[in-house]
Design a protein around this ligand. Structure first.
Ligand SMILES: [Zn+2]
Length: 271
């Protein structure tokens, strides 16, 4: 574990990550993202990434990518249990997130530690995310949509998800790119970095569908680590839930289970 300015990251490479047998095989399909090898997932809460993109993350990790999570909040409000304190819940959710990270094979989990349910897209948060982008230099950054979707399908949206998405996108462009923005980061040895693509989760009009069929078991196992958030469900029930969501995402596509994103390519010439 290393500590940086009150934030901390944990190296998970040394934990000898076990995976479900048969899921190590790298699929041979041709993808336009094959030349990439590093991804970062920026989310508000422990479990957001497992719900939204853990099949894709499992696939990338299985193919040898370095994937880093950046968790903006401590998850300290997500319970109906009156016996649990916010501090205890934050501790529990941190352990749950690290267990999920082990299942998936992440390189690192960075906990920014902001208070759950109070997240705002401040310049401070943008700078913190910029710091991690410049440190880990991802090719693809995955985040939640900053737009409130009022179609009723997913409720009204969580303000932390919107804030994390807004701060992450602003960190990608232009902040991580420009050396004159937050010049103190240069003093930390963190050079500017251009993210090649952003993949937005929870977007109402996704256009990037990832076949996660071979990784659905790993994905469900990762989500099942978030015991405090799945209402007493076991891995089997979580797996059935996950399959149903991913099956719906795959409707009309040449795949059984899919995760969906809005893909934004940043490093191609303007039309
Ligand atoms: Zn959340």
């Amino acid at each position: 574990m290393m500590t940086t300015r009150g934030k901390f990251t944990e190296n998970l490479q040394s934990l000898n990550v076990p995976r479900t047998p048969g899921e190590r095989e790298v699929t041979q399909e041709k993808e336009h993202v094959r030349e990439y090898s590093r991804a970062m997932v920026v989310v508000a809460h422990p479990d957001d990434a497992e719900f939204g993109c853990s099949g894709t993350v499992a696939k990338w990790c299985g193919e040898g990518w370095e994937v880093v999570y950046v968790l903006c909040t401590d998850g300290s409000k997500g319970t109906g249990d009156r016996q649990l304190t916010a501090r205890d819940l934050a501790r529990i959710r941190r352990q749950e997130q690290l267990a999920a990270a082990e299942v998936l094979g992440l390189k690192e989990v960075v906990f920014l530690g902001h208070e759950d349910a109070m997240l705002e897209p401040t310049l401070e948060l943008r700078k913190e995310i910029t710091r991690e982008i410049r440190r880990y230099r991802p090719d693809i950054l995955v985040c939640t949509t900053p737009q409130r979707n009022l179609d009723g399908g997913w409720g009204v949206g969580h303000p932390d998800h919107l804030a994390a998405g807004e701060a992450a996108l602003s960190a990608v462009f232009p902040t991580a790119r420009d050396h004159l923005t937050f010049p103190e980061l240069l003093g930390e040895g963190l050079e500017p970095h251009k993210v090649s693509e952003v993949w937005v989760m929870m977007h109402p009009e996704p256009d990037q569908f990832v076949d996660v069929t071979d990784y659905i078991c790993t994905s469900a196992k990762a989500l099942a680590q978030h015991t405090s958030q799945i209402g007493g469900k076991g891995e089997k029930e979580v797996g059935e839930m996950m399959r149903e969501w991913r099956r719906r995402r795959a409707e009309g596509k040449p795949m059984e289970y899919a995760e969906a994103f809005k893909r934004i390519i940043l490093d191609r010439p303007r039309p």
